[in-house]
Write a protein that binds this ligand. Structure first.
Ligand code: NAD
Ligand code: GDC
Length: 335
Protein backbone atom coordinates (compact mmCIF):
# COMPACT_ATOMS: atom_id res chain seq x y z
CA UNK A 1 0.00 0.00 0.00
CA UNK A 2 1.35 3.48 -0.85
CA UNK A 3 1.82 5.90 2.03
CA UNK A 4 -0.88 8.60 2.36
CA UNK A 5 0.64 11.98 1.47
CA UNK A 6 0.73 14.29 4.51
CA UNK A 7 0.03 17.93 3.77
CA UNK A 8 0.23 21.09 5.88
CA UNK A 9 -1.93 24.06 4.84
CA UNK A 10 -1.06 27.26 6.67
CA UNK A 11 -3.76 29.94 6.61
CA UNK A 12 -6.28 27.08 6.82
CA UNK A 13 -8.56 29.30 8.90
CA UNK A 14 -8.74 31.76 5.99
CA UNK A 15 -10.53 31.89 2.67
CA UNK A 16 -8.33 30.00 0.15
CA UNK A 17 -6.75 27.74 2.77
CA UNK A 18 -10.14 26.51 3.98
CA UNK A 19 -11.29 25.67 0.44
CA UNK A 20 -7.96 23.95 -0.27
CA UNK A 21 -8.21 21.77 2.85
CA UNK A 22 -11.70 20.61 1.77
CA UNK A 23 -10.46 19.69 -1.69
CA UNK A 24 -7.34 17.88 -0.41
CA UNK A 25 -9.43 15.86 2.01
CA UNK A 26 -11.85 14.94 -0.78
CA UNK A 27 -8.83 13.66 -2.75
CA UNK A 28 -7.65 11.42 0.10
CA UNK A 29 -4.71 13.38 1.53
CA UNK A 30 -3.96 13.52 5.24
CA UNK A 31 -4.16 17.23 6.12
CA UNK A 32 -3.03 19.40 9.00
CA UNK A 33 -4.30 22.98 9.07
CA UNK A 34 -2.52 25.80 10.89
CA UNK A 35 -3.71 29.33 11.53
CA UNK A 36 -4.10 31.87 14.33
CA UNK A 37 -7.85 31.33 14.00
CA UNK A 38 -10.33 28.59 13.07
CA UNK A 39 -12.40 29.06 9.90
CA UNK A 40 -15.22 31.55 10.51
CA UNK A 41 -18.15 30.11 8.59
CA UNK A 42 -17.87 26.29 8.85
CA UNK A 43 -15.70 23.68 10.57
CA UNK A 44 -12.36 22.75 8.99
CA UNK A 45 -12.18 19.40 7.19
CA UNK A 46 -8.55 18.97 8.33
CA UNK A 47 -7.46 15.84 10.22
CA UNK A 48 -5.64 18.10 12.69
CA UNK A 49 -5.79 21.86 13.20
CA UNK A 50 -3.09 23.80 15.06
CA UNK A 51 -4.19 27.20 16.32
CA UNK A 52 -0.76 28.88 16.33
CA UNK A 53 0.97 32.14 15.54
CA UNK A 54 3.35 31.29 12.68
CA UNK A 55 5.45 34.41 13.20
CA UNK A 56 7.06 32.28 15.94
CA UNK A 57 9.77 29.92 14.60
CA UNK A 58 9.07 27.23 17.23
CA UNK A 59 5.41 27.14 16.17
CA UNK A 60 6.50 26.70 12.55
CA UNK A 61 8.75 23.80 13.63
CA UNK A 62 5.78 22.21 15.42
CA UNK A 63 3.42 22.70 12.46
CA UNK A 64 5.86 21.07 10.01
CA UNK A 65 6.84 18.16 12.31
CA UNK A 66 5.64 14.56 12.02
CA UNK A 67 6.53 13.60 8.45
CA UNK A 68 4.80 16.38 6.51
CA UNK A 69 5.46 15.86 2.77
CA UNK A 70 4.00 19.06 1.27
CA UNK A 71 3.43 22.57 2.65
CA UNK A 72 1.00 25.06 1.10
CA UNK A 73 2.03 28.27 2.82
CA UNK A 74 -1.06 30.48 2.58
CA UNK A 75 -0.88 32.21 5.98
CA UNK A 76 -0.46 35.96 5.61
CA UNK A 77 -1.57 39.25 7.06
CA UNK A 78 -3.53 40.42 4.03
CA UNK A 79 -6.67 42.05 2.69
CA UNK A 80 -8.02 44.19 -0.11
CA UNK A 81 -6.42 47.41 -1.32
CA UNK A 82 -7.83 49.43 1.62
CA UNK A 83 -6.24 47.07 4.15
CA UNK A 84 -2.82 46.56 2.56
CA UNK A 85 -2.22 50.27 1.98
CA UNK A 86 -3.13 51.24 5.56
CA UNK A 87 -0.18 49.71 7.46
CA UNK A 88 2.95 48.91 5.50
CA UNK A 89 5.28 48.27 8.46
CA UNK A 90 3.07 45.86 10.38
CA UNK A 91 1.98 43.81 7.35
CA UNK A 92 5.54 43.55 6.02
CA UNK A 93 6.97 42.55 9.41
CA UNK A 94 4.27 39.91 10.04
CA UNK A 95 4.62 38.33 6.63
CA UNK A 96 8.43 38.37 6.59
CA UNK A 97 8.42 36.50 9.90
CA UNK A 98 5.81 33.92 8.78
CA UNK A 99 7.49 33.22 5.46
CA UNK A 100 11.14 33.14 6.57
CA UNK A 101 10.28 30.90 9.52
CA UNK A 102 7.98 28.59 7.55
CA UNK A 103 10.62 28.07 4.87
CA UNK A 104 13.40 27.24 7.33
CA UNK A 105 11.19 25.04 9.56
CA UNK A 106 9.99 23.12 6.50
CA UNK A 107 13.58 22.54 5.39
CA UNK A 108 14.67 21.45 8.88
CA UNK A 109 11.77 18.98 9.01
CA UNK A 110 12.64 17.59 5.57
CA UNK A 111 9.44 18.60 3.83
CA UNK A 112 9.65 17.53 0.15
CA UNK A 113 7.79 20.49 -1.42
CA UNK A 114 6.90 24.00 -0.27
CA UNK A 115 4.46 26.23 -2.12
CA UNK A 116 4.48 29.97 -1.48
CA UNK A 117 1.40 32.08 -2.25
CA UNK A 118 2.61 35.30 -3.82
CA UNK A 119 0.46 37.99 -5.40
CA UNK A 120 -0.12 40.08 -8.50
CA UNK A 121 0.90 42.93 -6.16
CA UNK A 122 4.54 42.07 -7.04
CA UNK A 123 4.09 43.54 -10.53
CA UNK A 124 5.72 46.85 -11.36
CA UNK A 125 3.37 49.78 -10.80
CA UNK A 126 4.66 51.57 -13.92
CA UNK A 127 3.25 48.74 -16.08
CA UNK A 128 -0.26 49.11 -14.65
CA UNK A 129 -1.08 52.76 -15.28
CA UNK A 130 -3.91 52.35 -17.80
CA UNK A 131 -7.32 50.59 -17.62
CA UNK A 132 -6.53 48.82 -20.93
CA UNK A 133 -3.31 47.41 -19.45
CA UNK A 134 -1.48 44.61 -21.29
CA UNK A 135 -1.79 41.29 -19.46
CA UNK A 136 1.16 40.92 -17.07
CA UNK A 137 3.77 38.31 -17.94
CA UNK A 138 5.83 36.84 -15.14
CA UNK A 139 8.91 38.85 -16.20
CA UNK A 140 6.94 42.10 -15.76
CA UNK A 141 7.77 42.04 -12.04
CA UNK A 142 11.21 43.46 -12.99
CA UNK A 143 12.74 46.07 -12.85
CA UNK A 144 11.03 45.92 -9.47
CA UNK A 145 8.47 48.50 -8.37
CA UNK A 146 5.86 46.42 -6.53
CA UNK A 147 3.05 47.56 -4.24
CA UNK A 148 4.66 49.20 -1.16
CA UNK A 149 4.86 46.89 1.89
CA UNK A 150 2.82 43.80 0.95
CA UNK A 151 4.11 43.63 -2.65
CA UNK A 152 7.78 44.08 -1.68
CA UNK A 153 7.46 41.39 0.97
CA UNK A 154 5.90 38.96 -1.53
CA UNK A 155 8.58 39.71 -4.11
CA UNK A 156 11.40 39.20 -1.61
CA UNK A 157 9.90 35.91 -0.40
CA UNK A 158 9.74 34.72 -4.01
CA UNK A 159 13.51 35.35 -4.17
CA UNK A 160 14.02 33.60 -0.83
CA UNK A 161 12.24 30.51 -2.21
CA UNK A 162 14.58 30.53 -5.21
CA UNK A 163 17.65 30.91 -2.92
CA UNK A 164 16.49 27.93 -0.83
CA UNK A 165 16.28 25.87 -4.00
CA UNK A 166 19.69 27.01 -5.28
CA UNK A 167 21.59 26.74 -1.99
CA UNK A 168 19.90 23.78 -0.27
CA UNK A 169 18.17 21.91 -3.10
CA UNK A 170 14.88 22.56 -1.25
CA UNK A 171 11.92 22.19 -3.66
CA UNK A 172 9.84 25.37 -3.77
CA UNK A 173 6.83 26.42 -5.89
CA UNK A 174 5.72 30.07 -6.29
CA UNK A 175 2.24 31.13 -7.34
CA UNK A 176 1.07 34.69 -8.07
CA UNK A 177 -2.68 34.91 -7.42
CA UNK A 178 -4.79 37.52 -9.19
CA UNK A 179 -7.78 38.74 -7.11
CA UNK A 180 -9.54 35.59 -5.87
CA UNK A 181 -13.23 35.59 -4.86
CA UNK A 182 -15.90 33.10 -3.82
CA UNK A 183 -18.10 32.01 -0.92
CA UNK A 184 -16.68 31.76 2.63
CA UNK A 185 -14.41 34.77 1.99
CA UNK A 186 -14.24 37.97 4.02
CA UNK A 187 -16.98 40.36 2.93
CA UNK A 188 -16.77 43.09 5.57
CA UNK A 189 -14.65 44.47 8.38
CA UNK A 190 -11.92 46.15 6.29
CA UNK A 191 -10.07 43.19 4.70
CA UNK A 192 -12.62 42.47 1.96
CA UNK A 193 -11.66 42.81 -1.70
CA UNK A 194 -13.81 44.39 -4.41
CA UNK A 195 -16.07 41.44 -5.43
CA UNK A 196 -17.14 40.66 -1.86
CA UNK A 197 -17.34 44.33 -0.83
CA UNK A 198 -19.53 45.18 -3.79
CA UNK A 199 -21.72 42.09 -3.31
CA UNK A 200 -22.28 43.18 0.30
CA UNK A 201 -23.13 46.74 -0.69
CA UNK A 202 -25.55 45.55 -3.38
CA UNK A 203 -27.22 43.09 -1.00
CA UNK A 204 -27.71 45.80 1.63
CA UNK A 205 -29.10 48.38 -0.84
CA UNK A 206 -32.73 48.97 -1.65
CA UNK A 207 -33.69 48.59 -5.34
CA UNK A 208 -33.30 52.09 -6.85
CA UNK A 209 -30.91 53.10 -4.06
CA UNK A 210 -27.28 54.19 -4.12
CA UNK A 211 -23.98 52.38 -3.43
CA UNK A 212 -20.50 53.78 -2.88
CA UNK A 213 -17.72 52.78 -5.32
CA UNK A 214 -14.06 53.52 -4.60
CA UNK A 215 -12.55 55.58 -7.42
CA UNK A 216 -14.30 56.37 -10.68
CA UNK A 217 -15.12 52.72 -11.44
CA UNK A 218 -13.10 52.79 -14.68
CA UNK A 219 -10.11 50.97 -13.09
CA UNK A 220 -9.82 47.36 -14.32
CA UNK A 221 -9.00 43.95 -12.83
CA UNK A 222 -9.39 40.25 -13.54
CA UNK A 223 -11.04 38.00 -10.96
CA UNK A 224 -10.57 34.27 -10.33
CA UNK A 225 -13.15 32.01 -8.69
CA UNK A 226 -11.79 30.10 -5.68
CA UNK A 227 -12.40 26.60 -7.12
CA UNK A 228 -10.14 27.47 -10.06
CA UNK A 229 -7.56 28.80 -7.59
CA UNK A 230 -7.54 25.51 -5.65
CA UNK A 231 -7.30 23.46 -8.86
CA UNK A 232 -4.31 25.53 -10.00
CA UNK A 233 -2.59 25.18 -6.62
CA UNK A 234 -2.80 21.39 -6.66
CA UNK A 235 -1.58 21.25 -10.26
CA UNK A 236 1.36 23.53 -9.53
CA UNK A 237 2.38 21.55 -6.44
CA UNK A 238 2.44 18.38 -8.56
CA UNK A 239 4.45 20.00 -11.38
CA UNK A 240 8.21 20.45 -11.71
CA UNK A 241 7.95 24.20 -12.28
CA UNK A 242 9.76 26.28 -9.66
CA UNK A 243 9.80 29.83 -11.11
CA UNK A 244 6.97 32.29 -10.22
CA UNK A 245 3.74 31.52 -12.09
CA UNK A 246 0.58 33.57 -12.61
CA UNK A 247 -2.64 31.99 -11.40
CA UNK A 248 -5.52 34.19 -12.45
CA UNK A 249 -8.27 34.76 -14.91
CA UNK A 250 -7.41 36.79 -18.02
CA UNK A 251 -10.79 38.46 -18.57
CA UNK A 252 -10.34 42.17 -17.90
CA UNK A 253 -13.36 44.06 -16.53
CA UNK A 254 -13.89 47.55 -15.13
CA UNK A 255 -15.11 47.91 -11.56
CA UNK A 256 -18.25 49.54 -13.04
CA UNK A 257 -18.72 46.36 -15.10
CA UNK A 258 -18.30 44.26 -11.97
CA UNK A 259 -20.93 46.35 -10.15
CA UNK A 260 -23.35 45.95 -13.08
CA UNK A 261 -22.90 42.16 -13.11
CA UNK A 262 -23.57 41.91 -9.38
CA UNK A 263 -26.56 44.30 -9.55
CA UNK A 264 -27.94 42.14 -12.38
CA UNK A 265 -27.65 39.00 -10.23
CA UNK A 266 -29.49 40.81 -7.41
CA UNK A 267 -32.07 42.15 -9.90
CA UNK A 268 -31.56 45.69 -8.60
CA UNK A 269 -31.07 49.02 -10.38
CA UNK A 270 -28.59 51.03 -8.33
CA UNK A 271 -27.02 54.48 -8.58
CA UNK A 272 -23.21 54.47 -8.29
CA UNK A 273 -21.73 57.16 -6.07
CA UNK A 274 -17.98 57.52 -6.67
CA UNK A 275 -15.58 58.29 -3.82
CA UNK A 276 -12.24 59.38 -5.26
CA UNK A 277 -10.68 59.69 -1.80
CA UNK A 278 -10.73 55.90 -1.23
CA UNK A 279 -7.74 53.59 -2.02
CA UNK A 280 -7.64 52.46 -5.65
CA UNK A 281 -4.33 50.67 -6.19
CA UNK A 282 -3.18 50.25 -9.77
CA UNK A 283 -5.26 51.60 -12.65
CA UNK A 284 -5.41 48.29 -14.52
CA UNK A 285 -4.26 44.71 -13.89
CA UNK A 286 -4.66 41.48 -15.84
CA UNK A 287 -3.02 38.05 -15.91
CA UNK A 288 -1.09 36.75 -18.91
CA UNK A 289 -1.71 33.00 -18.85
CA UNK A 290 0.74 31.96 -21.58
CA UNK A 291 3.19 30.39 -19.15
CA UNK A 292 0.41 28.88 -17.04
CA UNK A 293 -0.95 27.10 -20.11
CA UNK A 294 2.52 25.94 -21.16
CA UNK A 295 3.32 24.66 -17.69
CA UNK A 296 0.10 23.21 -16.31
CA UNK A 297 -1.77 22.72 -19.65
CA UNK A 298 -4.76 24.30 -17.97
CA UNK A 299 -6.13 27.73 -17.02
CA UNK A 300 -9.01 29.02 -14.86
CA UNK A 301 -12.33 28.30 -16.57
CA UNK A 302 -15.17 29.32 -14.25
CA UNK A 303 -16.89 32.37 -15.73
CA UNK A 304 -17.27 35.58 -13.74
CA UNK A 305 -21.07 35.34 -14.14
CA UNK A 306 -21.12 31.82 -12.69
CA UNK A 307 -18.72 32.56 -9.85
CA UNK A 308 -20.35 35.85 -8.86
CA UNK A 309 -23.82 34.24 -8.78
CA UNK A 310 -22.63 31.70 -6.16
CA UNK A 311 -20.68 34.33 -4.23
CA UNK A 312 -23.50 36.88 -4.20
CA UNK A 313 -26.07 34.32 -3.02
CA UNK A 314 -23.77 33.21 -0.21
CA UNK A 315 -23.11 36.79 1.01
CA UNK A 316 -26.81 37.66 0.80
CA UNK A 317 -27.65 34.54 2.85
CA UNK A 318 -25.08 35.49 5.50
CA UNK A 319 -26.55 38.99 5.79
CA UNK A 320 -30.07 37.58 5.95
CA UNK A 321 -29.10 35.15 8.71
CA UNK A 322 -27.87 38.17 10.66
CA UNK A 323 -31.20 39.95 10.01
CA UNK A 324 -29.41 42.72 8.13
CA UNK A 325 -31.52 42.67 4.96
CA UNK A 326 -35.20 43.58 5.00
CA UNK A 327 -37.01 40.82 3.02
CA UNK A 328 -38.17 43.36 0.44
CA UNK A 329 -34.53 44.16 -0.54
CA UNK A 330 -33.42 40.58 -1.27
CA UNK A 331 -32.89 39.05 -4.72
CA UNK A 332 -35.51 36.36 -4.07
CA UNK A 333 -38.18 38.92 -3.24
CA UNK A 334 -37.17 40.94 -6.33
CA UNK A 335 -37.15 37.89 -8.59
P1 NAD B 1 -7.13 35.16 4.31
O1 NAD B 1 -6.84 36.42 5.06
O2 NAD B 1 -8.54 34.69 4.24
O3 NAD B 1 -6.24 33.97 4.88
C1 NAD B 1 -4.96 34.17 5.43
C2 NAD B 1 -4.94 33.45 6.77
O4 NAD B 1 -3.64 33.62 7.36
C3 NAD B 1 -5.95 34.02 7.78
O5 NAD B 1 -6.87 33.02 8.20
C4 NAD B 1 -5.10 34.51 8.92
O6 NAD B 1 -5.67 34.30 10.21
C5 NAD B 1 -3.82 33.68 8.76
N1 NAD B 1 -2.71 34.31 9.44
C6 NAD B 1 -2.37 35.63 9.43
N2 NAD B 1 -1.33 35.83 10.27
C7 NAD B 1 -1.01 34.62 10.80
C8 NAD B 1 -0.05 34.20 11.75
N3 NAD B 1 0.81 35.07 12.30
N4 NAD B 1 0.00 32.89 12.07
C9 NAD B 1 -0.87 32.01 11.54
N5 NAD B 1 -1.82 32.36 10.65
C10 NAD B 1 -1.88 33.65 10.29
O7 NAD B 1 -6.52 35.35 2.84
P2 NAD B 1 -6.64 34.46 1.54
O8 NAD B 1 -7.38 35.25 0.53
O9 NAD B 1 -7.09 33.10 1.88
O10 NAD B 1 -5.11 34.44 1.09
C11 NAD B 1 -4.27 33.29 1.18
C12 NAD B 1 -2.90 33.62 0.65
O11 NAD B 1 -3.00 34.02 -0.72
C13 NAD B 1 -2.16 34.76 1.34
O12 NAD B 1 -0.79 34.47 1.39
C14 NAD B 1 -2.40 35.94 0.44
O13 NAD B 1 -1.41 36.92 0.58
C15 NAD B 1 -2.39 35.28 -0.92
N6 NAD B 1 -3.13 36.04 -1.94
C16 NAD B 1 -4.49 36.09 -1.91
C17 NAD B 1 -5.17 36.80 -2.91
C18 NAD B 1 -6.66 36.89 -2.95
O14 NAD B 1 -7.19 37.53 -3.86
N7 NAD B 1 -7.39 36.27 -2.01
C19 NAD B 1 -4.44 37.47 -3.89
C20 NAD B 1 -3.05 37.41 -3.88
C21 NAD B 1 -2.41 36.67 -2.90
O1 GDC C 1 -9.51 45.62 -2.86
P1 GDC C 1 -9.34 45.21 -4.28
O2 GDC C 1 -10.11 44.03 -4.74
O3 GDC C 1 -7.78 44.99 -4.48
O4 GDC C 1 -9.75 46.46 -5.18
C1 GDC C 1 -9.88 46.38 -6.58
C2 GDC C 1 -10.38 47.73 -7.10
O5 GDC C 1 -11.76 47.88 -6.73
C3 GDC C 1 -9.64 48.93 -6.53
O6 GDC C 1 -9.35 49.86 -7.54
C4 GDC C 1 -10.64 49.53 -5.55
O7 GDC C 1 -10.50 50.95 -5.40
C5 GDC C 1 -11.95 49.19 -6.25
N1 GDC C 1 -13.12 49.23 -5.35
C6 GDC C 1 -14.28 49.89 -5.61
N2 GDC C 1 -15.12 49.79 -4.57
C7 GDC C 1 -14.87 48.56 -2.36
O8 GDC C 1 -15.95 48.84 -1.83
C8 GDC C 1 -14.50 49.01 -3.65
N3 GDC C 1 -13.96 47.77 -1.69
C9 GDC C 1 -12.74 47.41 -2.25
N4 GDC C 1 -11.91 46.61 -1.53
N5 GDC C 1 -12.36 47.86 -3.46
C10 GDC C 1 -13.23 48.65 -4.15
C11 GDC C 1 -5.48 43.20 -4.49
C12 GDC C 1 -4.85 43.22 -3.12
C13 GDC C 1 -4.85 41.83 -2.57
C14 GDC C 1 -4.24 40.83 -3.57
C15 GDC C 1 -4.68 41.08 -5.01
C16 GDC C 1 -3.88 40.40 -6.09
O9 GDC C 1 -5.47 44.49 -5.01
O10 GDC C 1 -5.54 44.08 -2.29
O11 GDC C 1 -4.25 41.75 -1.33
O12 GDC C 1 -2.86 40.66 -3.42
O13 GDC C 1 -4.72 42.44 -5.36
O14 GDC C 1 -4.56 40.49 -7.30
P2 GDC C 1 -6.75 45.11 -5.70
O15 GDC C 1 -7.17 44.29 -6.86
O16 GDC C 1 -6.45 46.54 -5.97
Amino acid sequence: MTKQTRVLVTGAGGFIGHHLVKRLKAEGYWVRGADVKLPEYEASAADEFDVVDLRDYDKCLGATAGGIDQVYNLAADMGGIGYITASHAEISRNNILINAHMLEASRQNRVSRFLFSSSACVYAGYKQTSPDVSPLREEDAYPAAPEPGYGWEKLFTEELCLYYRQDYGFETRIVRFHNVYGPLGTYEGGKEKAPAAIARKVALAEDGGEIEIWGDGEQTRSFMYVDDCVEGLIRLMASDYHQPLNLGNDRLITINGLVDLISGIAVKKLVKRYDLSKPQGVRGRNSDNTRLLQTLHWEPRISLEEGLEITYQWIEQELKKANRIPLAYSSQAAG
